[in-house]
Design a protein around this ligand. Structure first.
Ligand code: GTP
Ligand code: MG
Ligand code: ZN
Length: 338
């Protein structure tokens, strides 16, 4: 490529960037100042994705528009029902948010909470044999949803990777969750085995897929909606972990009715926003024993005559659940004392 050509291209690009900046600034001003009469009629819509300060909003006719939001509306998330008004075709501004039926939040590093998805009916905790299944992470998610009253279910993907013995071992490690009332599903988004059962529990509900990076959340969405384009990542050969492929949550409509929200994978799920004394309530199998300890302020870790520890010793509660509880408690306690 000649030098002259390159510089023309460069100057064209600089002009383009400048033009985009001016447009963006104009729109930003519009967001802050546009009086309602300059905007289209207010209409209802649902936020289906968020990209920084831009939102993808779908109106009731399933038409998608890119919106900004008026200031002071607070954080808007996927699943939010909003009122928006058109600025010009394809672009609009969110002018109000509707009351949320439910809200999934996660803590940020400053110790505050950050909303993740709104109006969800259930949380699907996706796990897999690779990256390895961690009951520690499952229990953290369960505490969060139990204290938020969002029903969870556990979905084990990639069962095509398991031989009979390995499948039995995974089933055994999750048996207790079924005993205490959680639904556990096994499927493969690759071979489609078990997908119809998953499809039926997702039907007519708004569900969010959560879990470690690389367990196959986006692959599961793709298996249910083959026509969509969605990014699927690889598993690192070295660490056997995912590579954090999905960077923003997105909502998809299921052909069978209901919505499915794909979310970015996590390394861990912090619970710093929850008071330590509430953790035991998040372990639903502990509830029958709470109140039966010798000390009313028992933390159920090492106190004498603790009803939870006794239940563990009597094999009524699996030791791993109690260990995961202690681990969460200790982490939160260490955090609180900082
Ligand atoms: N063998 C097998 N591999 C699968 C299956 N489902 C997904 N994978 C693979 O797992 C890898 C990760 O899949 P993704 O769908 O990107 O995982 P994710 O959970 O969305 O990951 P993040 O977006 O990073 O959170 C890809 O290489 C997929 O091909 C399955 O059922 N069987
Ligand atoms: Mg993904
Ligand atoms: Zn106790």
């Amino acid at each position: 490529m000649s030098k002259r050509k390159l510089s023309r291209k460069q100057s064209w690009r600089a002009d383009k960037i400048q033009e985009e900046r001016i447009n963006r600034a104009k729109k930003k001003q519009a967001g802050a100042e546009l009086d309602s009469s300059a905007l289209g009629t207010p209409q209802e819509g649902q936020v289906i994705a968020c990209f920084g300060v831009n939102y993808l909003v779908e109106n009731r006719q399933a038409v998608q528009v890119t919106c900004m939001a008026r200031q002071n509306l607070g954080k808007i998330v996927v699943g939010d029902e909003v009122i928006w008004q058109e600025i010009d075709p394809g672009n609009g501004i969110i002018t109000a948010t509707q009351t949320r039926k439910s809200l999934l939040e996660r803590p940020n590093f400053q110790g505050n909470t950050r909303p993740v998805a709104a109006n969800i009916d259930q949380m699907v905790i996706v796990c897999s044999p690779i990256p390895a299944l961690q009951t520690r992470l499952i229990d953290r998610y369960l505490v969060a949803v139990e204290l938020n009253n969002i029903p969870p279910l556990i979905a084990v993907n990639k069962i095509d990777l398991l031989d009979e013995a390995a499948f039995k071992a995974i089933k055994k490690s999750l048996q207790h969750y079924e005993t205490i009332g959680y639904q556990v599903l096994y499927f493969s988004s690759k071979t489609q085995h078990g997908m119809s059962q998953l499809e039926s529990v997702l039907q007519n509900k708004v569900s969010v897929l959560v879990g470690q990076s690389g367990v196959g959340k986006s692959s599961t969405v793709k298996a249910l909606l083959p026509e969509i384009s969605i990014q699927i990542g690889e598993i690192s050969q070295a660490s056997q972990l995912g590579k954090h492929t999905t960077s923003a949550s997105q909502l998809y409509h299921l052909p069978t009715g209901g919505d499915l929200i794909d979310s970015p994978g996590v390394r861990d799920f912090g619970l710093w926003h929850i008071p330590v004394s509430r953790i035991s309530w998040g372990f639903i199998d502990f509830r029958d024993y709470l109140g039966g300890c010798k000390y009313s302020n028992c933390t159920h870790r090492n106190e004498p005559q603790c009803a939870i520890i006794q239940a563990v010793k009597a094999s009524k509660i699996p030791e791993i659940r109690w260990k995961n509880y202690c681990e969460i408690y200790n982490t939160l306690e260490a955090q609180d004392s900082k």
